[in-house]
Write a protein that binds this ligand. Structure first.
Ligand code: KG4
Ligand code: ZN
Length: 393
């Protein structure tokens, strides 16, 4: 199957195309990445210090067609035709009334290109920012109508989980790692921080979560307090690595909230508050302070994950740990989890993806989309809607 995927849940606009075959049951699933176009709006949101939903929506509307074109071209599926009238034009206009820029560009695109050889369209329906999600969903509905293709609704978090299980066999070709089920997933992103038990393939149960901020949010807010640009995760991580290399380890003590609670819940808002207090007490922070605080922050976060993961692995007796989401691009955190496993759970395996696949992209949606399509989990395009708080089930 050729799958076309669309991701617009936050501030990354992505369109990907994969050719996939095989199934999880027969363990012969394989994915060829044919096109993977991504545009990050981060620089546009930076002046606001975080994602501004209406700006994200506008940016998605403006960038989806160029990305669709790029992905199809990469996949060698972009075939020009003599401009021909679009049959469903008024229906497309209805679907895209709220995205006039997208509608205009889509019409030009459809007039000029033939229907590509795609079997299904996978689109993120949640969780995420609803105004942003709607743009991708409406494009999926429009393409489904124009090209007469089925649609698969994808949960963004399932995309993160499955991407962490990819194993590259040759350039752009991946297979899915095998797992002993149930497996445990630690999902760490800008909007989520949770432990999820994967009981069967594509079946999940949440077993722990943050009670306040998501860890990515804590990275971003702390970065802001330190005068670092959005997104703050990579910035803090860079400074923390520099501090370690330079041997900077000040007497800064940051809390490790809920370390001894007897559940798998976490809390990250206290960390940011503690950093705010330090910054206020110092009045003005030096470059040295910034390095020391970044390190103390990353150390505290990694410590919380190590403790909670130890508890989770013990409680649930699982031997496969999947770490996914944008914060999984943090190699210090994943290295700390790896050494926890080596030291205390030598039979367990850690599954993480390349940092480039950890942050939002459309490839992850294509992977989940294929596996859902293979299981015949199609959705009637007319019933698709954005679900900001969609859970994994
Ligand atoms: O999964 P993601 O791309 O978007 C959401 O679904 O939320 O995650 C984005 C989050 C941001 O908060 C960003 O600061 C954080 O991931 N992040 C990192 C790193 N790279 C991205 N946090 C820590 N270290 C990193 N290297
Ligand atoms: Zn994400």
């Amino acid at each position: 199957m050729n799958i076309l995927s669309i991701e617009t849940s936050c501030d990354e606009t992505g369109v990907a195309i994969i050719k996939a075959h095989g199934s999880l049951e027969t363990r012969d699933v394989s994915f060829l990445v044919r096109g993977n176009a991504l545009y990050s709006q981060a620089a546009k949101h930076a002046p606001y210090g975080g994602v501004y939903p209406n700006l994200a929506k506008r940016e998605h509307s403006e960038n989806l067609i160029p990305l669709l074109t790029e992905a199809l071209r990469g996949a060698e599926l972009l075939h020009p035709q003599t401009p021909s009238p679009i049959v469903e034009q008024s229906q497309l206009e209805d679907i895209l009334t709220r995205e006039p820029a997208l509608y205009e560009q889509l019409c030009v695109f459809l007039e000029k290109h033939t229907r590509p050889d795609i079997d299904a369209i996978a689109v993120t329906v949640g969780p995420g920012l609803e105004p942003a999600l709607w743009v991708g969903i409406n494009l999926a509905r429009a393409l489904s109508l124009a090209w007469n293709m089925p649609v698969v609704a994808v949960n963004h978090m399932e995309g993160h989980i499955l991407t962490s299980l990819l194993q590259e066999t040759e350039k752009d070709t991946y297979t899915m790692k095998s797992l002993t089920l149930p497996a445990l997933a630690l999902l760490i992103s800008g909007g989520h921080t949770e432990f999820v038990l994967m009981q069967e393939w594509l079946s999940y149960k949440k077993v722990g979560q943050t009670r306040d901020d998501a860890v990515g949010e804590a990275f971003d807010k702390t970065a802001r307090l330190l005068g670092l640009p959005y997104p703050g995760g990579p910035e803090i991580s860079r400074l923390a690595a520099q501090a370690r290399a330079e041997g900077i380890a000040d007497q800064i003590k940051l809390p490790r909230p809920m370390l001894d609670s007897d559940d798998l819940d976490m809390s990250f808002s206290g960390l940011k508050t503690a950093v705010r207090r330090i910054v206020e007490e110092k009045g003005e922070i030096t470059e040295h302070d910034r390095l020391a605080i970044a390190r103390a922050f990353e150390d505290a976060v990694a410590d919380v994950f190590v403790h909670k993961t130890r508890a989770a692995l013990t409680t649930h007796g699982v031997s496969d740990l999947i770490v996914g989401g944008g914060v999984a691009a943090n190699t210090y955190i994943t290295a700390e989890l790896e050494s926890l496993l080596t030291r205390e759970f030598p039979r367990a395996t850690l599954h993480v993806c390349k940092p480039i696949h950890a942050t939002d992209n459309a490839l992850m949606i294509a992977i989940a989309g294929y596996l859902r399509a293979h299981a015949e989990h199609y959705t009637d395009p007319t019933t698709l809607h954005a679900q900001g708080n969609l859970f994994l089930t």
